[in-house]
Design a protein around this ligand. Structure first.
Ligand code: OGA
Ligand code: MN
Length: 296
């Protein structure tokens, strides 16, 4: 088998979202395959692998071949409630017994934050590089995931706005993003753990050299700006960056694996029937350094 990557939408978006074929993620990848995946990520920002019937252990082997992982310290579930190890983020609406959680379950309400456009772990000092999401069970309808290209969004800004955003630094916290949805039910310990962190608003990709807008629903302030003005501006930038021409919508099939580069994309979950099971598992590569070290 040889790995091949082609654009999912060659006419509309030839450089965003690629479909990978000729690779079996149940087996360890060769060095050449790992290099091809990194090259594909540099080019497309999002890669889709179909028909990858993998378990957690196989997902971890594949993920670690691409780089060091972060741990799931952004999850709200207590340790005794977790279904999966701390090396995976549980992107599901299930409890430890694989039962769909109640509509007003705290874990579900917190998880609804994924329906806001975001970049994973931008609320951590050292944020995420790639996210790798494996679909184990998907609901019969709804529950798509949308991805927006923050390189294209940056490139499409007018020159005055590019100058204005160039050196801005934002504060990111899960307290901000959940607050947008009216979720304020944080413990004192969580408030300390998720105190705001600093991230550049414009960052440079270390391999391609391309600039991107580093936006996320976790961003709730811009250093040196009054908060309402910062939030209004961030809203405008988000509106610009998530216009349809920058967005790929992934409609999940069972055993899909989708990988995205959080440095150059935002994503969001779409609604689905809360009584249906949805079980996805995410491994996450650490960026190893802060975005502050990836200045344009
Ligand atoms: C994630 C995420 C979106 C979805 O896994 O980080 O935001 O559709 N998922 O579940
Ligand atoms: Mn996410």
């Amino acid at each position: 088998m040889t790995i091949a990557i082609k654009p999912i939408d060659p006419v509309g978006r030839a450089f965003f979202a690629g479909e990978v074929s000729g690779v079996d993620l149940t087996r360890p990848l060769s060095e050449a395959e790992v290099a091809a995946v990194h090259d594909g990520m540099d080019q497309f920002g999002v890669l889709v692998f179909h028909d990858q019937d993998i378990d957690d252990a196989q997902q971890l082997v594949f993920s670690r071949a691409l780089g060091p992982l972060e741990t799931a310290t952004g999850d709200i579930a207590a340790l005794h409630e977790r279904r999966v190890s701390m090396d995976l983020n549980d992107i599901s609406n299930l409890d430890r017994n694989n039962k769909v959680v109640a509509r007003d379950d705290r874990r579900r309400l917190f998880g609804l934050g994924n329906q806001l456009w975001h970049s994973d772990s931008s609320f951590k000092d050292v944020p995420a590089k790639y996210s790798i999401l494996s679909a184990r069970t998907i609901p019969p309808t709804g529950g798509n995931t949308e991805f927006a290209d923050m390189r294209a969004a940056y490139d499409a800004l007018d020159e005055a706005t590019k100058r204005e955003v160039h050196d801005l630094v934002c504060s990111h916290s899960q307290i901000f993003s959940r607050g947008i949805l009216g979720f304020t039910d944080f413990t004192d310990e969580e408030r300390v753990k998720w105190a705001p962190v600093r991230q550049r608003l414009v960052r440079r990709h270390p391999r391609t050299g391309r600039l991107s807008l580093y936006l996320s629903s976790h961003a709730g302030a811009i250093e040196g700006w009054p908060v309402p003005e910062a939030r209004a501006f961030l809203r405008d930038l988000n509106e610009h960056a998530t216009q349809r021409q920058f967005v790929y919508t992934h409609v999940w099939r069972p055993h899909d694996l989708v990988m995205w580069d959080n440095r150059v994309t935002m994503h969001r979950a779409r609604r689905y029937d809360h009584t249906e099971a949805r079980d996805l598992r995410r491994t996450t590569l650490t960026n190893e350094v802060s975005s502050l070290e990836q200045a344009p």
